[in-house]
Ligand binder design. Structure first.
Ligand code: ZN
Length: 159
């Protein structure tokens, strides 16, 4: 298990566009394993490569946080959306904060899996939100750009 440092807002690596991945390499395999370890350790539901300082188009997502079936998406692209949901969103690169963001309620994504074969992933609710959020990271966008109202401290909101 190898944990990587999660870059925080203000780090310019989070505002850059990531490069498409052309082939699976052993370095990329290690990156994906490390991203999964880092996401679970931080109790996040998703992590994008730029958050660990790597400008490549790869994200990992697990809305169950159970580590059974993480979703690994290479070069993901949103090909369909519908509906709307408005709710709390946070980011491992904006520690301790959350804010209200409106996202589609359904999203369909085309990507490559870890074996570099084409896959499609559909998600509603939290998964749809996570797909949009993580794919935004690959183009250098953070959810804070989309927050309605102010960011607030997570600790104050917890029961
Ligand atoms: Zn994020």
């Amino acid at each position: 298990m190898a944990l990587r440092n999660i870059r925080q807002i203000g780090d310019s690596v989070l505002n850059k566009k990531c490069k498409e991945i052309k082939e699976m390499t052993s370095r990329l395999e290690v990156l994906i394993e490390d991203m999964l370890d880092t996401m679970y350790e931080a109790q996040g539901v998703g992590l994008a490569a730029p958050q660990v300082g790597v400008l490549k188009r790869v994200v990992v997502i697990d809305v169950t946080q159970e580590a059974n079936h993480p979703i690994v998406l290479i070069n993901p692209e949103i090909i369909e959306t519908s509906g709307e949901q408005t709710g709390e969103e946070g980011c491992l690169s904006v520690m301790g904060k959350s804010g209200i963001v409106t996202r589609p309620d359904y999203v369909k994504v085309r990507a490559l899996g870890k074996d570099m074969k084409p896959i499609e992933v559909e998600g509603t609710q939290l998964l749809a939100r996570a797909l949009c959020h993580e794919i935004d990271h690959l183009d250098g966008h953070l959810y804070v750009e989309k927050v309605q109202g102010e960011l607030h401290d997570v600790t104050e909101e917890q029961e």
